[in-house]
Design a protein around this ligand. Structure first.
Ligand SMILES: Cc1ncc(COP(=O)(O)O)c(C=O)c1O
Length: 440
């Protein structure tokens, strides 16, 4: 076993992502072990996981079947290139994922995370529009408060201010729809009645820039990282209709909502709107290996492939680790458990208990200014203190010290238990969060 015990200065060398590095190193929050819905920190304290890691561990931590599958795969074939050579399990996985995806998203392109799924999707759209003689479509549409990862394409699509404000040299031609948070929809459980009109922004962009100017439109069915913005009724349907009318490729970024988070396999199924592509990551391997994927419609895949040469590469894009054998093995084992244990059905059944519990626990607390959610995903907004994000950061630290892990973005706390969480686990995590929030 490698010696992992920190030497005196060892915290200095790790430049942590999306973390207050200076403050963290004074009082680090280190996880040492995970099992089921619990973590244990380096001091040996139990910490209940209210955000499924980063929304990526629906089956809970420490699933032996997944670890075993990865172990066996690495012993048999540790690495296979995916350019002009491949390995059979990757095809098996693509077929399984395609069967779970709605409609004709029968073609699965593997990536190494959510961010690379987003940037791959941008390039698939460009290749498609080129193939059908529409290369002049240069614009991409996204949304305020969107999170589409951190690569240059995804950063440009992103609508969360802090994630884009200093990264000025990004992809040009991105326009943002308004976000879907409305004052009058506060405290809505599930989809709000009001707000479909916000999708009319897409029509306005078409009117302003021309009917053949927009290549693709990216939305998260539920905007996740920004704090669980559930789509208003009719909103996604309107986007679909406008995309159909003007030849715009509609992409659902389901990196968080995919694989049961909404109570269905995908948000597209839950909200009954068919996109042209679905982006996946996180729960595709239960977080046990880094992996992402893009589900692509037959129309788009065929246009790109048919446009290519008879014996040459049709799409000049891919990663050294696309379809990595260990990730494929983790994913096959994960999807197997989803099916055998009826995980999505369980999540759907648990959703009303969960949402009721979130609303009952936090309604009436003075510092809580909004509650919302759908499926097994909810958020509470805390009143801004001093500056946006200050209270959320404080709550992040205090909740962890109180034995619960919850992801705060700004002042929004995002609650997303593992899909295997029982009522008692939900009660425990909410109680521990409440004990902190009532202090504000
Ligand atoms: C909707 C969405 N897209 C993309 C990403 C980026 O995924 P990754 O962190 O795996 O690159 C995330 C991550 O949270 C996400 O929520």
């Amino acid at each position: 076993m490698a010696n992992t015990s920190p030497s005196t200065n060892s915290l200095e060398n790790y430049f942590l992502p999306f973390t207050a590095n200076k403050d963290f190193k004074k009082d680090p929050r280190l996880l040492d072990r995970g099992e089921g819905v619990y973590y244990w920190n380096h001091k040996g304290d139990q910490v209940i996981d209210a955000s499924s890691g980063l929304f990526c561990v629906p089956l809970g931590h420490g699933r032996k079947e997944i670890a075993e599958a990865v172990h066996q795969q690495l012993l048999k074939l540790d690495y296979s290139p995916s350019f002009q050579v491949s390995h059979l399990p990757a095809f098996t996985l693509a077929e399984k994922v395609a069967k779970m995806l709605p409609g004709d998203l029968n073609n699965v392109f593997f990536t190494i995370c959510g961010s690379t799924a987003v940037d791959s999707a941008i390039k698939i759209i460009q290749a498609y529009q080129h193939a059908i003689g529409q290369a002049h479509r240069m614009k991409f549409v996204s949304r305020e408060r969107a999170y589409h990862g951190v690569n240059i394409g995804g950063t440009s699509l992103s609508g969360m201010i802090k994630n884009r404000e200093i990264f000025t040299a990004s992809m040009p031609g991105v326009i943002h729809l308004r976000h879907t948070w409305l004052e009058e929809n506060k405290y809505t459980k599930g989809q709000s009645e009001n707000g479909a009109h916000l999708a009319d922004d897409l029509q306005r962009f078409v009117d302003m820039y021309g009917p053949e100017s927009i290549a693709g439109c990216f939305v998260e069915p539920i905007a996740g990282s920004t704090g669980t913005l559930v789509p208003p009724k009719g909103y996604l349907e309107k986007l679909r209709a406008t995309c159909d009318k003007y030849g715009i490729v509609l992409v659902f970024d389901e990196v968080i909502t995919g694989f049961g988070r909404t109570g269905k396999a995908f948000g597209a199924i839950k909200y009954n709107v068919q996109p042209d592509m679905i982006l996946m990551a996180k729960a595709i391997t239960n977080g046990a290996q880094p992996m992402g994927a893009v589900g692509v419609s037959d129309k788009i895949y065929n246009a790109i492939v048919d446009n290519g040469p008879e014996h040459g590469v049709e799409f000049f894009h891919g990663y050294t680790y696309s379809g990595h054998p260990a990730c494929v093995a983790a994913s096959l084992a994960t999807l197997d458990i989803y099916e055998k244990e009826n995980i999505f059905e369980k999540a759907e059944k648990m959703s009303s208990y969960f949402l009721d519990a979130v609303f009952d626990t936090f309604t009436g607390i003075p510092a809580v200014t909004d509650i919302r959610g759908d499926g097994l995903m909810a958020a509470i907004d805390l009143a801004v203190d001093k500056a946006p994000g200050v209270r959320g950061y404080d709550a992040q630290k205090k909740t962890f010290a109180n034995g619960v892990h919850i992801k705060f973005t700004g002042d929004a706390g995002i609650i997303a238990p593992a899909l295997i969480a029982e009522e008692k686990h939900i009660d425990e995590m909410l109680q521990k969060i409440k004990e902190v929030v009532v202090q504000y």
